[in-house]
Design a protein around this ligand. Structure first.
Ligand code: F6P
Length: 541
């Protein structure tokens, strides 16, 4: 296997030009760049689909952008985007297309997967969701004692959990139903029990959300739910079960009725699936009209990504800036700070999207790569994070490019409190960039400690307001940004083989924790000892 220090499909001279340019850029600072070019904020910002993106507080000039675009062109980025939208089998390690864009397209737009038009299937399934949500909201859908449903549990993990959880919380101001929704993903029984304790088996519905229907955590939780229903007098649990899956047989075997199974296709990756019936909890909370607005917002961003020139293409520009930091400034981490409590799941969601997609080290041709790929993504909600992590951002030693996200108009009555959030968000971007120098160093011995170097980069994304459409556009912007990163790195963003190993070992260890089982698996001495320590403690309990 050969190894590659730069992506194999990139023009070496384009890459080298960026290495040389980095030396020039490093001689100046963000503050100086703003002084030299007062029109900088206008030049390096763009507006699309009610999102305003300011990327002027980055180590970039017009020349940087041109060099990054030339580098991207040398990899035929446009061709890759076309191929993604053509429905070709671009997830080659799993022999699948990645056609999540079809899930959010309007009915009159045709998308094909490997030559087959999938638009009708998608819209039929949306209609299936609509019929169900209408029946649930009207009280027509009832449990085993003929009572309407009051509580819904979503049992799923990662892609079958995070997106739906994020959007359901984020758009609670658009709620059309007061049905309680709980998300249970962890196999830790306490996660499930605490929510079950407050629920009534006669009025509770479980959505088993699993594309594969083989995910242990979800199946454990589904079995616990069925047991709980039976223990609470339910003789027909099927009246309380729904499934969203590509594996209908497994869902039926667990006792889910045919008409209560919602379909998801093999060409939809887990972390790109919230636009499908995996988004049922969202539709239950905000209704199908708002859910369709959410899809439309994303679809508008798809169109932008497909049609805009690279210079004006938001996912492309943001991804190229990411590459600039990761591969030329060797930034290993990036942070996301929504200044909106209802978006508190966003850093986890984007972390899953980018790290599971792009945490790879083998390129498309099967070669070992020696350049960095996915950064470690972390973050938190604005003000809380300021009081927790921002010390490290302002005075620490790591280069951490930051995304700030805030909406201009508050969804709540309390405008002044929202203005405070906005002020804090804008202040942090300025503080990171400008820093602070103690004026008279001689006067205080603590001056050096109070110096804040500044010159720390950030992007600010302003949403007109947090609405189904703007949130759809925002999430889609990150999806395509992630795709462009992967394309430049020459890796497959749509598989996740790394996750499988731990799952398989957990299966073996789970058998071994039960002493009676001898599955002839040998472990390292550390794991061996941890297992026997558990067994010993368990015996004495
Ligand atoms: O383990 C990772 C993963 O495969 C994700 O990609 C996926 O979203 C999640 O597990 C859940 O998978 P499923 O929907 O098949 O239960």
């Amino acid at each position: 296997m050969s190894t590659h220090k730069i992506p194999r499909h990139v023009s070496v001279s384009c890459w080298q030009a960026l290495i040389d340019h980095k030396k020039d850029i490093s001689r100046t600072s963000l503050q100086e760049m703003f002084i030299q070019n007062p029109g900088r904020a206008k030049s390096f910002s763009a507006e699309n689909n009610k999102l305003y993106v300011d990327y002027s507080k980055h180590y970039i000039t017009e020349e940087t952008i041109q060099l990054l675009i030339s580098m991207a062109q040398s990899t035929d980025l446009n061709g890759a985007i076309q191929k993604l939208f053509s429905g070709a089998t671009i997830n080659w390690t799993e022999n699948k297309a990645a056609m999540h864009m079809a899930l959010r397209a309007p009915a009159d737009k045709t998308y094909s997967v490997e030559g087959e038009d999938v638009s009708k299937q998608v819209h039929d399934e949306l209609q299936h969701m609509q019929d169900f949500v209408t029946a649930l909201h009207s009280g027509e859908f009832r449990g085993h004692t003929d009572k309407p449903i009051e509580t819904v549990f979503n049992l799923g993990i990662d892609g079958s959990d995070l997106g739906a959880k994020l959007v359901t919380a984020a758009l609670s101001n658009f709620a059309v139903s007061d049905i309680d929704i709980h998300f249970v993903s962890n196999v830790d029984i306490n996660d499930m029990n605490s929510a079950l304790e407050k629920s009534d088996a006669e009025t509770t519905l479980f959505i088993i959300s699993s594309k594969s229907f083989t995910t242990k955590e979800t199946l454990f939780n589904a079995e616990t739910a069925i047991k709980w229903l039976r223990e609470h007098g339910c003789k027909s649990p099927d009246k309380h079960l729904l499934a969203v899956t590509a594996n209908h047989d497994a869902a039926k075997a667990l006792g889910v009725k045919d008409e209560n199974i919602f379909h998801i296709w093999e060409w939809v990756g887990g972390r790109y699936s919230l636009w499908s019936a995996i988004g049922l909890p969202i539709a239950i909370r905000i209704g199908m009209d708002h859910f369709r607005d959410f899809l439309s917002g994303a679809s508008a961003m798809d169109q932008h990504f497909c049609e805009q020139t690279m210079e004006n293409n938001l996912p492309v520009i943001l991804a190229l800036i990411d590459i600039w930091y990761i591969n030329f400034f060797h930034a290993e981490t990036m942070a996301i700070f929504p200044y909106d409590h209802s978006l508190n799941m966003l850093p986890a969601y984007i972390g899953q999207l980018i790290m599971e997609s792009n945490g790879k080290q083998i390129d498309k041709e099967g070669n070992q790569i020696k350049y960095n790929t996915s950064p470690v993504i972390w973050g938190g909600t604005g003000n809380n994070a300021q009081h927790a992590y921002f010390q490290c951002l302002h005075q620490g030693t790591h280069l951490v490019p930051v995304d700030f996200i805030v909406s201009l108009i508050s969804n709540s009555e309390n405008k002044s409190q929202h203005q405070e959030l906005l002020a804090n968000c804008l202040a942090q971007g300025e503080a990171l960039m400008h820093g602070h120098t103690e004026v008279d160093r001689a006067e205080t011995e603590w001056a050096a400690y109070k110096n804040i170097p500044g010159n720390r980069p950030s992007t600010t994304i302003l949403l007109d307001e947090l609405s189904p459409a703007t949130l759809g556009s925002l999430l889609c912007l990150y999806e395509h940004r992630c795709f462009v990163q992967a394309h430049i790195w020459n890796i497959n963003p749509f598989d996740q083989w790394g996750v499988e190993l731990g799952k398989n070992i957990a299966k073996q260890i789970s058998e071994e924790l039960n002493e009676a089982t001898d599955n002839n698996v040998t472990h390292d001495s550390s794991t061996e000892r941890l297992i026997s320590y558990y067994r010993k403690k368990n015996e004495s309990c």
